[in-house]
Design a protein around this ligand. Structure first.
Ligand code: C5P
Length: 237
């Protein structure tokens, strides 16, 4: 009945009996360095499903058009079927990660305005940095589509800065993906989790995100549990 349509690094995508709906399964797997570092981490799938479901449901309440329909089980969610636009849209509020490395800027500096970057989703090319002229030339998206994606990404940034701030976390940076639904409309897709965001505790500056796995500085499950716990507290659940 249900067919595996795509097996990703952290999720698998399955068909459902409705053409315009898909089932996402969050896997107990962590990868870094574009898949060169890879480990099975028990409990990660459940935590990311719970965290992403909470965040997408909040984004829906805030008027952000997105693919999320509902959580189906501990590790599964139902989403609208979209054709993913092969871009990773990164928004940065504070210098860190590849931004600091690429430009030789120390980590932890507040950026005067958010900085938006695009990467071309292509494992074989190692997801290269890409600009709007390249996106246009490669016919990945039109200039109008890119304008809409940028506007949405910055709006989502404002919503998420406030959401995370209310649970004592600074949203340093994060990655979004967008897709086209069956009517051709561009909507937010994929996930928002500590796999795709850098989150620093406001008091201690500790990373509560995948950097603990990338840098081997802590236990992924305990920090993801802390993020889930704080999100649950705001929703009063
Ligand atoms: O590594 P970099 O500093 O470019 O990452 C920026 C943000 O995008 C980080 O929050 C990281 O978790 C996220 N990211 C991601 N998937 C990638 C690359 C980056 O979720 N393939």
């Amino acid at each position: 009945m249900s067919e595996v349509l795509y097996l990703g690094k952290a999720k698998s995508v399955h068909s459902t009996d409705k053409l315009d709906e898909l089932r996402l399964v969050y896997l107990d797997q962590a990868t870094a360095l574009n898949g060169k570092k890879k480990d099975e981490i028990l409990g990660k799938g459940q935590l990311n499903n719970e965290i992403s479901s909470k965040i997408f449901s909040y984004l829906t309440e805030q008027g952000i058009n997105n693919h999320w329909i509902k959580q189906l089980s501990d590790t599964e969610q139902l989403v609208k079927s979209v054709t993913i636009i092969p871009l990773e849209v990164v928004v940065r509020n504070i210098s860190a990660g590849s931004f600091s490395k690429r430009f030789g800027i120390k980590e932890g500096l507040k950026l005067p305005t958010p900085i938006l970057e695009f990467y071309y989703k292509d494992d074989a090319l190692d997801d290269p940095f890409i600009n709007e002229d390249h996106i246009d030339y490669l016919k990945i998206a039109s200039k109008e589509d890119i304008a809409l994606i940028k506007e949405q990404a910055l709006k989502i940034n404002n919503i998420l800065i406030d959401l995370f701030s209310s649970i004592g976390l600074t949203l340093v940076d994060f990655k979004l993906e967008f897709g086209r639904d069956s009517s051709g409309q561009i909507i937010l897709a994929d996930e928002v989790t500590p796999d795709t965001c850098r989150l620093w505790d406001k008091e201690t500056l500790a990373s509560l995100d995948k950097d603990v796995y990338r840098k081997d500085t802590g236990d992924l499950v305990s920090v993801y549990k802390e993020v889930a716990k704080r999100l649950n507290e705001i929703k009063g659940e």
